[in-house]
Design a binder for this molecule. Structure first.
Ligand SMILES: CCCCCCCCCCC/C=C/C(=O)SCCNC(=O)CCNC(=O)[C@H](O)C(C)(C)COP(=O)(O)OP(=O)(O)OC[C@H]1O[C@@H](n2cnc3c(N)ncnc32)[C@H](O)[C@@H]1OP(=O)(O)O
Ligand SMILES: NC(=O)C1=CN([C@@H]2O[C@H](COP(=O)(O)OP(=O)(O)OC[C@H]3O[C@@H](n4cnc5c(N)ncnc54)[C@H](OP(=O)(O)O)[C@@H]3O)[C@@H](O)[C@H]2O)C=CC1
Length: 274
């Protein structure tokens, strides 16, 4: 895994160097889109810290090698296919994970989709494809897992991946930015509504993180000129998103709900004018 850093903005260390290795003992985590990019890094870190981990996405080829990495830590893994845009498939996924690993205590809504396009060229199907994955998918997984967390009666943590493109809007990101804004709002609503069940719901907003997914979304390599807008002077790596995901899954966040944390190297901060 790439962990590239710079002199002033070093790479984020591995989770095992930052957290107690039993921090997530007894947790059962489900990470959608856990077979690639940021989701893979979170899945393996959770297992290294003692959680049993399920990963789910459309393509089993992505999932199998990550399930092997999880099992190599000594924890149990479950890999199952799902299209998060379909509620029936989501219900099946939750049933499979619960049967194999037990009651889910941590849900990470990480499955995501994006492509950069002028809004006047965006088709209705393109809009649905992205908003369906980001917003419908996050809602369906949260509803299916949340219902079981409520029945189980021991609370839980729901963590959703937002994006900094939703904060001020972002040209060529109409579908993704609107979907991610909805994700944050949904987490705030669930945080309020499900507080009485001990279920916490929070959002992590990655900045520009080097993954195959974002390379595909921008149609190739990330343009170097984007670095001019990033105070950290480097693109993020999946590992930069892991500590927030560990924190929010752990008892260290027992009083934290409805919150929004960015990991973006200062991408949204103003430029210094002189
Ligand atoms: C250069 C400026 C950069 C600035 C950066 C600022 C801030 C960065 C913030 C970044 C925020 C979020 C980033 C991410 O989410 S990165 C992770 C992205 N990962 C993925 O997208 C992985 C999953 N992706 C996919 O599955 C596919 O790419 C897709 C999203 C398209 C969904 O696949 P699906 O199989 O469901 O869909 P189809 O291929 O059938 O297509 C559906 C419709 O969408 C149209 N489409 C697809 N690609 C494009 C494109 N590049 N441009 C325009 N339209 C596209 C496609 O034509 C279909 O529509 P029609 O049926 O009408 O043709
Ligand atoms: N990288 C970045 O710069 C940023 C990323 N983010 C967000 O972080 C998260 C992870 O991004 P990143 O790791 O870069 O992206 P990736 O493209 O690597 O990961 C996206 C994952 O979602 C899965 N997925 C996509 N569509 C579906 C679907 N309909 N049903 C189930 N699974 C699906 C994919 O697997 P499969 O193809 O097997 O279905 C893939 O594993 C996403 O939510 C993304 O929007 C936010 C801001 C910036």
């Amino acid at each position: 895994m790439a962990r590239e850093g710079t002199e002033h903005w070093p790479a984020t260390p591995p989770a095992t160097a930052l957290f107690a290795d039993d921090l997530l003992d007894g947790e059962v985590a489900l990470i959608t889109g856990g077979g690639t990019g940021i989701g893979e890094e979170i899945a393996v870190a959770y297992a290294e810290l003692g959680a049993d981990v399920a990963i789910a996405s459309r393509n089993m080829d992505h999932l199998e090698p990550v399930a092997e990495r999880i099992e190599a830590t000594g924890q149990s893994a479950c890999a199952t296919t799902v299209d998060v845009r379909e509620m029936d498939r989501v219900e099946e996924m939750v049933e499979t994970v619960t049967d194999e690993l037990g009651d889910i205590t941590v849900l990470v809504n990480n499955a995501g989709a994006n492509f950069v396009t002028p809004t006047e060229s965006l088709s209705a199907n393109g809009w649905r494809s992205v908003v369906g994955t980001i917003l419908d998918g996050t809602a369906y997984c949260s509803m299916a897992v949340g219902e079981r967390m409520i029945e189980h009666g021991e609370g839980g943590s729901i963590i959703s991946m937002g994006a900094t493109n939703s904060v001020n809007g972002a040209p060529y990101h109409a579908h993704s930015g609107a979907g991610k804004a909805g994700v944050h709002n949904l987490m705030q609503t669930l945080g309020a509504e499900w507080a009485k069940f001990g279920i916490r719901a929070n959002t992590i907003a990655p900045g520009i993180i080097e993954t195959e997914g974002i390379a595909g979304a921008v149609g190739g390599e990330l343009p170097e000129m984007l670095l001019e807008e990033i105070h950290a002077d480097r693109f993020g790596q999946p590992a930069d998103c892991v500590p927030l995901a560990v924190f929010l899954a752990s008892p260290a966040a027992n009083y934290v709900t409805g919150a929004y944390y960015s990991a973006d190297g200062g991408h949204l901060l103003p430029n210094v004018p002189f």
